[in-house]
Design a protein around this ligand. Sequence first.
Ligand SMILES: CC(=O)CC(=O)O
Length: 673
Amino acid sequence: MDPFATSKLLWTPPAPKRTKVEALRLFVNRTRGLDFKDYHELYQYSVSDYRFWGDIWKFLGIIYSNPPTQVVADGYIKEVPLWFPGARLNYAENVLWRNDDAIAITESGEFGRVVSISYRDLREKVRVMANSLRVQGLQVGDRVAAIVANNINAVVLALATASLGGIFSSTATDMGVQGVLERYRQIQPKFIFSETEVSYAGKDINLVPNVLEIVKDLTSRGLARVILLPSVKTGKEAAPSVLNSITNSFSLAQFLASGDGRPLTFEQLPFEHPLYILYSSGTTGAPKCIVHSAGGALMATKKDVAIGLDLNMDETYFQYTSTAWMMWPFMLSGLACGARIITYDGSPFYPDVKGFLKFISDQHITVLGTSPRFLSEVQGRGINPLAIGDFSGLRAIMSTGAVLTPPMFEWSYKAFGGAAIASSSGGTDICACFVTAVPSLPIYSGEIQGKSLGLKVEIFDPSGRNIEDSGAPGELVCTRPHPSIPVKFWGDDAKGTKFLKAYFDVYPGVWRHGDFIARNPKTKGLIIYGRSDGVLNPSGVRFGSAEIYTVLERFADVIDDSICVGQRRPQDTDERVLLFLVMRAGHSLDAALDQRIRDAIRSALSRRHVPSYIFQVDAIPYTVNGKKIEIAVKQIVSGMDVKPSGAVANPEVLKHYYKYREIENFALVKAKL
Ligand SMILES: CC(=O)CC(=O)O
C-alpha cells in the first residue's frame, strides 16, 4: 500500500509570493552572491554552511551591543558548540523593541473579560517589575520561578527577569505540589511568583494551600522572596492573613511598590547566557531541566514565527497554550515580530466552544496556534466555525503538540474557510520546530511542509542509515548542531552526562529526537507517525499510532478519544496492538462498531495494522501539556510498574490500564484476528 496515498494538494501559496521566506532567499542571494531558486535550495545551504546563521541574525534584525566575532566557535562539548562568540545582547530588548501605542497583548480567558495593553504600556510594566526584582536582590543567573496563568502579568515577569539576566521558569496553575517541587527543587529559585486563585472550566481553584507547601519546601533551598498574585477571577490581592503566614512574602502591589524609578535597561550578556528552563514531560522520574540560551531561544523562535508563520507587525497571533509548554516562550516571539499576541487563560470549551470561536473571529486573529485535539473536538461536536464567526482574516492555523491526521487537515482547512494548515513539530528540547510550515510551498494533507531552515533533519533506520529517500519511516535525527540546542540540563555534571545520554546516546554525535517520521519523496513533505518509543511492531511491521488515529477520525461522531499501544510482556513472543477508546456520551463500543473499526483499519492500512483487542475505557492519560501518554500505557500493559511523575495531568487514569496485562482474562474480548 502506498503510505502517501492520502496526500492531497490542499493549498497553494498565493502569487506573487510576498512572504518573508522568499525575502530571506533573495536576501541570501544578494548578500552572498548566490542564486537559490527555491526553498529547497535555500534549505540545503542553511544546513551545509554555518554562515546561514549569520544571515538569519541580520535578516531577523537581532539587536546587540557587541557584535559576534564569528558565527560559531569550538565549544566545551562537541555536540554543543559556542555560537556567536563575543556577542552581547539581551533577549527582552529584542522582544520589546517597539515602544509605541500599537497593541502588544490582548488578555482574555473563560471569564470573557478582554484587556489590551500597548507596547509602550508593556515596556513600562516591565520596567516597574524589573526595578522591583533588582531592588529585591535579583542578580544575573538567579532563577525566577512562576506558577502562573497565561496572562499579561506572566509576560511582564518573564521579560523583566530576562532584562536583568535572570533565568525564568514557569509551570501552569494546574500542576500539583509534587510536579512543581520535582521541577523547582532542582533549579532552586530565589523568587517565586504564584497565582492564588484561578478558574478552569468554571471551577474556582484556591492555590494557596499548594503555595504554602511549595514555599515551605523551597525556603531551605535558597528561596528568598514569595510574591502572591491577585486572584485571576476577581483581581483581589492575597489576604493579609495569608501573606503574614509566609516570611518574605509580598502581594503583587506591595512588590511592585518596592522598586525604584530607574529607566528600563537591558543587561548585555553572551549569546549562550541562560534564559529559560523548560522541563521534559517525562512521565516517570524527575523531569529534566532543559536550559535554553537567550540567543538560541530568540533566534529559533523568532525564525519559526517570522518565517514559518510569516507573522507581520500588523497581525495578531493567538497561541492557545499554558505557561508550562514550550509554545509559551514560542508565542513571545510574536512580540519580537512587533505583532499583537493574545494570552488566554482557561478552557476553550467553557462556557462553550462557540464562545471561544467567536472570540477568535471578533479579535481578528490572523494566525491561530492550536492542537489536533482541539480541532478534532470541534469537529466531533459537529460545530461549523463558519456559522459562528468570520474567519476570512485567519491566514494560518498552526497545529502542534500531536500528529494532525490527513482527515483533520482537510476538515480544518474547509471548516475555517481556507486558512493554511501550518502543521509543525519540534519540542521542548529545542524550543523550536524541526519541521515546519513553509509559506512559499504548497500544503498536502497530512504533511508538514518542510524541514526548518538551519536544522539538518534526516531519517535514520536503527543502524544509522539515512532512509528518507525511500519514503520509509524512521527516527527523526538532526545531524548538525544549531543554536537552539539547549546549553545544558540544570544540575547535570560538567561533562553533560545526562544531557548527552538524553539525545546523543543512540547514534553517537547525532541528535535523536524520539519522533517516528517519513518523507514523501514526491512532495518532500514530512509525516510524523508518533513517538518512536511508542512505535507499534506486530510481526515485524513497524508503524505509528497516528496511522490508527487517522482511521478513527471517521468515527469522530461516536469516538471521543483513543490511545493505541503495543503490548509485549516477557512471556509474549510477538507484540500485539491494543486500542483503547473513550466513547462519546450516549455511545458504547459494541460488536458491530468493533467490527466496523477493524474493517476500516484493514482496508485503509493492512491486516497487520488491525488491533488484536479493542477496549472501551473511561479516560486516556495525558501530560499537563496535553499529550497522550502512550509510553506509560505501553509499559503498564507490557508488565512494568509505572510511577507517574508530576507531568501526568490525570495519573489516576493509569491504574485502570494494569488489568490489561492479564489479557487472557478478558472473557468478552473480541476474537483475535
Ligand atoms: C513545536 C512543538 O513540537 C510543540 C510540541 O509538540 O511540544
